[in-house]
Structure formats: C-alpha cells, structure tokens
Design a protein around this ligand. Sequence first.
Ligand code: SF4
Ligand code: SF4
Length: 142
Amino acid sequence: MPHPCLTCGACCTQYRVAFHWMESDEVTPGGVPHELTQVLDPHRLCMRGTLSKPVYCVALDAEIGVYSRCSIHPNRPSVCREVDASWEYGKASPQCDKARVAHGMPALTLADWRWRDEADNDDDHPDDNGNSPAPPQAPIAA
Ligand code: SF4
Ligand code: SF4
C-alpha cells in the first residue's frame, strides 16, 4: 500500500505556505527554488499559488485524491516538512484532516498506517525517504 500522501495532495491546495526568505536558493544553496516563490512581507516568502484563494501550490503535480507529487520535494520549504499526515506518528493532524475533508476524502485513521507496521517500517521519518510529498504547515493568517 502506498503512503497516503501519494494519492492525496489536498493540503497543498488549502494553506498559505510561508517561510523565511533565507530558505530561498538565492541565498541558501539547495533551498527553495526562488522562481517558485513570491514576497509575502519583508521577512517572508511564500510559494506561488498559495498567497490567495483558490490555493494550489505551483510545485504541486497532482490530481487530488488520485496521485500527488511535490515537484521540489528535496528542496521544499521547512513548513512543508514539519507537518505530518494524520496518525502517521500517533496523533491526528488538523491541517491534514481539514484539507482532506475539503476535497471530500475521509480523514486518515490509524488503519491507514497498518501497512507500514506490517512492513516493519519503523523509520523515524519515512517522509524523508524521498518517496512521498510532505504537507505544508498551517496557514499564516490568510
Ligand atoms: S498530509 Fe494529509 S492532506 Fe496532506 S497530502 Fe498527506 S494525506 Fe493528504
Ligand atoms: S509540499 Fe511541495 S507541493 Fe506541497 S505545498 Fe510544499 S512545496 Fe508545494
């Protein structure tokens, strides 16, 4: 069974994805591709496509609910790395739940992660294995 994020992508269409300008690859090698960002305020950038509604991150390659891929996964913003899918690490994620429900999908449950237990995958953070997209953090006051 694939990681649930690989057939979802909902959270990349719901929230403003804002982060400090230092994360841009203009100033930090390997950072977020600058051309995919825009200025939010003197201290922050945000991913293009997430500043106003309808939100759809410019880096998202997805058909929501069918397949999903972050096209800049190794270079995605820190906020995208910090939010886990619901119950991936033993607790619900309101951002994940809200995004999925907004797209008519059920919130994840513990049952959605049994495949990983059966595979004996106890990685600290399988999202960093390069095989799955990460959700963005909660919106910065839309
Ligand atoms: S974190 Fe939740 S909403 Fe985001 S892609 Fe994964 S399953 Fe979907
Ligand atoms: S994980 Fe990738 S596609 Fe999703 S919001 Fe972050 S940068 Fe955009």
